[in-house]
Ligand binder design. Sequence first.
Ligand SMILES: C[S@@+](CC[C@H](N)C(=O)[O-])C[C@H]1O[C@@H](n2cnc3c(N)ncnc32)[C@H](O)[C@@H]1O
Length: 444
Amino acid sequence: MVATLPVRGLGRRSSPAGTSYGRCVPSSDDAAVYSVGLRLRDRLVVVVGGGQVAQRRVPALLAAGARVRIVSPWLRPVLEGLVATGDVEWVARPYRSGDLAGCWYALAATADAVTNAAVAREAEDQRVFCVRADDASGSTAWTPASGRHGGITVAVHAQRDPRRAATVRDGVVERLRTGDLAAPQHRGRSAGVVLVGGGPGDPELITLAGRRALAEADVVVVDRLAPTALLDELPGHVEVVDATKLPRGRATTQEEINRVLVAQARAGKRVVRLKGGDPYVFGRGFEELTACLEAGVACRVVPGVSSATAVPAVAGVPVTHRGVAHELVVVSGHLPPGHPASLVDWAALGRLRGTLVVLMGVDTLPAIAAELVAQGRAADCPVAVVQSGTTAGERRVLATLSTVGELVEREQVTAPATVVIGDVVAVAASAAFAAAADRTRLPV
Ligand SMILES: C[S@@+](CC[C@H](N)C(=O)[O-])C[C@H]1O[C@@H](n2cnc3c(N)ncnc32)[C@H](O)[C@@H]1O
């Protein structure tokens, strides 16, 4: 005889005569869920219906490598796009019996309960698991609230309460992201260097991949333009190496930074090189990657949100705007026009009608503005200068090419600052814009 297990939600199934078989059976549909991961690569999945449910489910099916066929007389445009690119097959008519032939998994996702019931019936006959979007009790499979982080998939069923399932899912995924719940196999990952773009300063603007790399680090090599507020979150055992390069001041050389990265990784540490913005936008990230690879140290890059676009955006300036700017050029201003080592074609930039974003150009701004005007850009072309953007110390100055040199000096603007030159600045400062929320308004 099989003993009855004291499992919550399970009860004894009785024989018609009331005799207990002593077998565990679910007392409710929900306890009966048996969770598995379907390996759908190259396997046919039929989705009946081309509306919202299909829009939500199809991308995840494609991400799992499934061959997706949608049966529906119409499709949402986003699904039509997937058909156009060949990612999805489309049978452009209403469902007919037999449409599930050869499939491994089916979704009944039309707005019509009768059709969904017919799909579910065919699936049952074909022994194909089927999710019925409109009626969980008529389904042989349920879609969990799922999320992924760092190679871990979290799938939650919560007695058919999707909000509760999503809340639990979000809680677990968030703990994975913050490193609170790092998986053992992650903790055991091999040494190496990750170049992480930390964004322009606001610690919220680092990417999820960047946060994960930080959560797994033994050593963090950081400079002053990185979002240093994130250092506060690091566990006590993490060593923080200061790679600050103060302009015209005490500096750590690039060679020294490269040496530290390689030495720490060779000592078996997981090293994060936390950088400001994006590592490859005037960040010398590729030099660090090359140094690691040449030394035989594994190295990868996590791109970041560059100050070139994010600092203006948070200050309220879109670097492109329809009908205003069809060009966006990001230029380093660390060398003034005419400097023999400069690689910038200032004459071409003077002819530019679109947006010019200058990084590392506070000291050289008077010379840059004068050169642009000399090369043909209008003297009244609007300019926005944003110092320490996205941080508590953010300052903004509005000017024109003819006034910016003087204004920057008078306002004592210092690095780091991002300069935006072009008509997008005028768009941002327009009356309509000024009516927007404070957070997005430039002082005019
Ligand atoms: C060496 S570059 C690095 C750029 C970085 N890799 C990126 O993608 O943002 C440094 C320059 O970026 C700009 N910058 C970085 N952080 C900034 C911030 N919070 N506010 C304004 N400009 C910033 C400044 O022009 C600064 O001189």
